[in-house]
Design a protein around this ligand. Sequence first.
Ligand SMILES: [Zn+2]
Ligand SMILES: [Zn+2]
Length: 176
Amino acid sequence: MSQLDETLLRLGSVEPLEHESLSHYLGRLRRLKANSLPSAHALGQAAGIGGITARWEKLYFNPFPTEAELGAISRLIGLDTGRLQEMLPNRGMTLQPRPIRLCGACYAEVPCHRMAWQHKDIAAVCPHHPLRLLERCPSCKKPFQIPALWTDGKCYHCEMRFTSMVKYQERSKKTS
Ligand SMILES: [Zn+2]
Ligand SMILES: [Zn+2]
């Protein structure tokens, strides 16, 4: 293991966005020009923790990421482990990894996928806006891609902008 540690390259880091989910963050991290890690597996391998990061990119957090795994990523990119933990689902939150959800109003404020949208909640209302979350593109009806693949803020299929989708979000009568 020590031999592995010595050969580890320090990768470039990107600053997490407010409310950003780990899946969205890992995709940005991999696409950083200095890193250019072509696959989700490549990141985990560079950190010496195998392909587990590919599961995280798909919002699969069962088993939950361990401190050792997060520590390996943290050392690789020089970002505090606590910053990585902030991008994970809250303790006590039941995560529903599919469908991938979107609030266009949130995305207009900060262009990223938020973990809070994936709460297993029948109402599926945005925690920040009185709007129902979208579970597919309102134009072409395709499901959203995993957040790690959100590169340009558009539907990958019909190219409708995420920020334009807000007008298709039903207003919720609930005030939370
Ligand atoms: Zn919102
Ligand atoms: Zn579309």
